[in-house]
Design a protein around this ligand. Structure first.
Ligand code: AP5
Length: 218
């Protein structure tokens, strides 16, 4: 099974991609996480990516595609994977198709989770991310057991730099210009599944799992 999550910033792609990956026993691959790790490690990719991420812009396609081509070659991808935040432009979608085609593979499903911008702004301003393990919480909708502390590793929770209001506005603008065209790209291929992301987290999870009912072991 090879599936990709598509949707605006803050809609819950990461939250749901982790849950689906756990259910299906597949690796969850988030380009944002890979790029943030590269930034933290100050690698060549990280140094290049940082200025785009800080501004709320997309990292150039050639950089992201190179990173993902390497990532998809790893052994944990043999049985399939859940992509989160990639592809994010039509050029990235075409590059992914080419890589898959070269391996005699194809994407099985694209889960398009959507919600209005005002909902996204509230989710991103309330998101808190673990500084150590990357687990994601929300001050209102998914609070940690102890305020400001990660449930999993007890390290402090932080507001992501790009979740500040000005950067969020730019990320939404970039999404509507650069990523939204992928909706038709995948709808035309018959791969797109529409999921209403305004519902609560567990309801969204159930709707997504229904789409994988033949694959999830009960
Ligand atoms: P990335 O980290 O991928 O950010 P994003 O796409 O903007 O998505 P987010 O992580 O912000 O949101 P999400 O949809 O995963 O929501 P979450 O589940 O956390 O990318 C960051 C940057 O890296 C980009 O801006 C770009 O610069 C670069 N980049 C990454 N990929 C790239 C690519 N392919 N090409 C070029 N550049 C790339 O949920 C949000 C909050 O809401 C959480 O607090 C959560 O608890 C809460 N929540 C989730 N679902 C619900 C719900 N149903 N109800 C209530 N609350 C909810």
């Amino acid at each position: 099974m090879r599936a990709a999550f598509l949707g605006p910033p803050g809609v819950g792609k990461g939250t749901q991609a982790v849950r689906l990956g756990d259910k299906l026993g597949l690796v969850h691959i988030c380009t944002g996480d890979i790029l943030r790790q590269a930034v933290a490690e100050k690698t060549e990719v990280g140094l290049e990516a940082k200025r785009y991420m800080d501004a709320g812009d997309l990292v150039p396609d050639e950089v992201v595609v190179r990173v993902m081509e390497e990532r998809l070659e790893r052994a944990d991808c043999t049985r399939g994977y859940i992509l989160d935040g990639f592809p994010r432009t039509v050029a990235q979608g075409q590059a992914l198709d080419k890589v898959l085609h070269e391996h005699g593979q194809a994407l099985d499903k694209v889960i398009f989770v959507n919600a209005p911008d005002d909902v996204l702004v509230k989710r991103l301003s309330g998101r808190r991310t673990c500084s150590e393990c990357g687990a994601v919480f929300h001050v209102d909708t998914l609070p940690p057991k102890v305020d400001g502390i990660c449930d999993n590793c007890q390290k402090p929770l932080v507001l992501r730099d790009d979740d500040r209001a000005e950067t969020v506005r730019e990320r939404l603008r970039v999404y509507h210009n650069m990523t939204a065209p992928l909706i038709d790209y995948y709808r035309d291929q018959g791969l797109l599944i529409d999921i209403p992301g305004e519902r609560d987290i567990d309801e969204v999870q159930s709707m997504i799992e229904e789409q994988f009912s033949g694959t999830i072991a009960t």
